[in-house]
Design a protein around this ligand. Structure first.
Ligand SMILES: *Cc1c(COP(=O)(O)O)cnc(C)c1O
Length: 460
């Protein structure tokens, strides 16, 4: 079989004036352009299989070796296997602790990367794949608008990747002091622009730059969360934790605190490859459009989204819902309009979703700490509460793994008010406190940004 190609989730939409993209592109093209020409999301034409024997052969292997074996099945024919191994080793160079809560119920901590969030896994691998697959004689310029954590994960991930420059725009007054320090001090090939405006202004500036014909020679690229290059690396820790904790052939229940559903999609892909996931729990905060869909069969996006304490999951229409619908035979576009409903019963046989209020989130942080001495932050607490809610409804299950997606030290006030102490900073965050750096400040004015890009990009 040849290399896997990628199609658009919008390819079957027929509407007056809409031009669906019916083609197939290579992984490289999907990675570099990010989104299909019809604004759909790229999907692999097939999901490769991992046999029981192959899975068992990976038992006891190191994280980067498992990453290599899993990703090689997707990227075979796109990137040389030895080269991929090297990239995996570079990208996944931090710990992935799996902590027992009780019996065989575990918390997997995905918070030991450079920005203490699970987004480091995807961003670090995507950065290296882009570095390896881009035209080697060209410089790629990545432009991103961020309201906080995504920007720093992307910035840190690309730091030092040759042939790629990154420009991050953030709203000066809408990031926390720590986020600002983290963004401003990345350095090297990563430049941060502190914009005198709101997050929406930053997004608009970036959008205008992408549409500006005068800048088309600058090889501008995005690195947003819908890129397929960010989904594939989010499969690895499901394999890893399974191989660390399961008996041969044993099924597992996985609970994922979810916002845009990229992380849970990594689990769904893993299951379709052959990982024995009995149920994927997609735990959401008070933005409950997905559990409501599963129980009623009608999908309505939430607009505006609700501001909950698990702030990275405040999403009223998950961008990767389009990929989930696609996998179960449906189509939804990015405005939230359903063109075809998926097979709901089939979906419910594999997926469970539940909404966790802020009050339940806080109670969970307190209770899990007091009963089990396990420290969670709001996102991880939503995941754990989702697992508890599943068990309360369907009974106990021997092996369960719930994901912690950020480090508790990122939420010092919340933890302090609930538990009376501030969590200790992980090494990566201590480093940030010691770093020096200055952002470039710009006004909320497209011409200023354009001049800046022309001057700084053409010189490189
Ligand atoms: C982004 C994020 C999530 C949500 O992940 P999705 O892939 O968008 O579902 C959960 N927790 C944290 C800490 C995040 O940063």
């Amino acid at each position: 079989m040849g290399a896997i190609r990628y199609y658009s989730t919008n390819r079957n939409i027929s509407e007056p004036g809409f031009v669906p993209f019916k083609g197939l592109v290579s992984f490289k093209e999907a990675l570099i352009v990010g989104q299909a020409p019809d604004a759909g999301l790229f999907m692999p034409e097939r999901i490769p299989n991992i046999s029981k024997g192959e899975l068992e052969d990976l038992r006891g292997r190191r994280f980067f070796e498992i990453a290599h074996s899993v990703l090689d099945k997707f990227l075979y024919g796109d990137i040389e296997s030895d080269h991929l191994l090297k990239l995996c080793k570079e990208a996944f160079n931090f710990q992935v602790p799996i902590e027992r809560v009780y019996d065989r119920k575990f918390i997997m901590r995905l918070d030991r990367g450079p920005t203490a969030s699970f987004k480091d896994f995807a961003a670090r691998m995507m950065a290296r794949l882009m570095g390896a697959l881009k035209d080697q004689d060209k410089i790629l310029n990545i432009l991103v608008a961020t309201s906080g954590d995504t920007g720093s994960a992307v910035g840190e991930a690309f730091k030092g990747v040759k042939g790629i420059n990154v420009f991050i725009l953030y709203p000066e007054r809408e990031v926390s002091g720590r986020q600002k320090k983290q963004l401003d001090t990345i350095g090297d090939n990563v430049t941060t622009l502190s914009v005198d405006g709101k997050f929406d202004d930053c997004q608009n500036l970036v959008k205008m730059a992408f549409q500006d014909k005068d800048l088309s020679s600058l090889n501008l690229t995005s690195a947003n969360s819908i890129n397929i290059g960010r989904i594939l690396p989010q499969m690895i820790y499901y394999f890893y934790s399974y191989l660390e904790k399961s008996e041969e052939g044993e099924p597992v229940i996985v609970s994922v605190p979810s916002g845009n559903f990229g992380n849970s999609l990594g689990c769904e892909f893993s299951r379709r490859m052959g990982l024995p996931v009995h149920k994927l729990i997609m735990a959401v905060n008070e933005n409950d459009e997905f559990p409501t869909y599963l129980s009623t069969g009608k999908y309505n996006k939430l607009s505006p989204s609700k501001a909950c304490i698990s702030s990275a999951m405040n999403v009223g229409h998950p961008s990767n819902l389009a990929r989930f619908f696609e996998l179960y035979g449906g189509t939804v576009d990015k405005s939230g309009k359903v063109h075809k409903y998926p097979d709901l019963n089939k979906m419910k046989s594999h997926l469970f979703s539940t909404t966790i209020s802020d009050q339940m989130t806080r109670d969970t942080i307190k209770r899990v700490y007091e009963n089990y001495n396990v420290l969670l932050e709001p996102h991880g607490a939503v995941g754990w509460a989702g697992l508890e809610s599943y068990i309360a409804q369907y009974g106990d299950f021997p092996l369960c793994i719930s994901l912690e997606t950020a480090h508790p030290a990122k939420f010092p006030e919340e933890i302090k008010s609930l538990l009376g102490f501030e969590p200790e900073l992980p090494e990566s965050m201590k480093d940030v406190d010691r770093r020096q750096g200055q952002p470039i400040r710009i006004e909320n004015d497209y011409l200023k940004l354009k001049n800046f890009l022309k001057k700084n990009l053409e010189n490189k």
